[in-house]
Design a protein around this ligand. Structure first.
Ligand SMILES: [Zn+2]
Length: 320
């Protein structure tokens, strides 16, 4: 059983890393790299800490960006990356924060954001997430496509407190306001988290700095949801809000606005092709997103112009 779970988890970690990072070899959580070898990136703890004031920091490394609030009431964490680096991240956060996280919130269920849940929960953290995050992790909602589960995840990974529209935490002098995305966007369980007093917003993967989005349709995601999510976040963010994207460098309100403009423009450009009766091949060949690709087309792997055009095209066709 343990061997089975370990192999399954390694396969999941590999598929998630392939989804978000440039290259990495699969490693089981207990695998020891050969002497002299460089460990896979997703076995390492976060490597960069960006101080955002009032005890809040952005933690960057393999996988999704994390955020931590440290203060008199304890350690609060947003996202926990991979199963493969959960224990390494836990040890480094404990050293940095002088305590283990008491509360964790998952922005969504993907392996590079919620994969560490088990390691942190076993060390005493309570994991919060939207209802659909739990349903995806337990398998109650079946996920298809790139992120499909090949084996059930262990119970320690399950969020134990769930919410539908949002939830507020009152810790470390902050109102920490988690808000559910208005529509399924990156997945059907997306939440963004705003530290009201510190004016810091963690977007989850509804925003990745200067990249085309990953619309995970196998997890219920929709392109229309990205537009709705960005519009909602722009009502939360002020002129000076520090914005932590799901992936990429710290961003600004102007960056979020540029992403919204791109999403709306991309939808209109693809819709023009659909309305003109073009096939998907003709639409891809027309490069309808070319004006945005210089800024948003830099990611490697499957997050690219053509995959984004395809998702929009299929969504508009299905809508009729
Ligand atoms: Zn994701």
């Amino acid at each position: 059983m343990r061997m089975f779970r370990s192999a399954a988890v390694a396969a999941l970690a590999m598929s998630a890393y392939a989804a978000t990072g440039p290259t990495a070899a699969a490693q089981t959580p207990t695998a020891t790299p050969p002497a002299g070898a460089t460990p896979a990136a997703n076995t390492l703890a976060f490597s960069r800490v960006i101080d955002l004031g009032q005890g809040i920091s952005m933690l960057m490394g393999a996988g999704g960006n994390m955020a931590v609030s440290v203060g008199a009431d304890g350690v609060f964490l947003i996202d926990d990356q991979f199963v493969t680096n959960g224990s390494a991240n836990l040890a480094k956060i404990e050293e940095f924060a002088k305590g283990k996280p008491k509360y964790i919130i998952n922005t969504h269920w993907h392996y590079d954001h919620a994969g560490g849940n088990g390691a942190f929960a076993t060390a005493g953290a309570t994991v919060f997430a939207s209802d659909n995050v739990r349903k995806r992790i337990t398998g109650e909602r079946v996920t298809t496509g790139r992120q499909a589960l090949t084996a059930p995840l262990p119970k320690a990974d399950y969020p134990v407190v769930t919410f539908v529209d949002g939830i507020d935490f009152h810790l470390n002098g902050q109102t920490i306001r988690a808000t559910r995305a208005p529509l399924p966007a990156h997945t059907d369980g997306d939440t963004f988290v705003y530290f009201v007093e510190a004016d810091v917003l963690h977007t989850g993967d509804t925003y990745m700095k200067d990249r085309y989005p990953y619309v995970d349709t196998g997890s219920g995601g929709t392109q229309a949801g990205f537009i709705a999510a960005l519009e909602k976040m722009l009502t939360i963010a002020g002129p000076n809000t520090k914005i932590i994207p799901g992936h990429g460098e710290l961003a600004t309100r102007a960056d979020l606005q540029a992403a919204l403009d791109m999403h709306k423009g991309a939808r209109a450009a693809v819709e023009a092709q659909v309305k003109a009766g073009k096939t998907i091949e003709q639409t891809l060949a027309a490069k309808p997103l070319k004006q945005w690709t210089a800024r948003f087309g830099g990611a490697t792997g499957f997050i690219n112009e053509d995959s984004y055009v395809t998702v929009i095209y299929e969504e508009l066709k299905a809508k009729g």
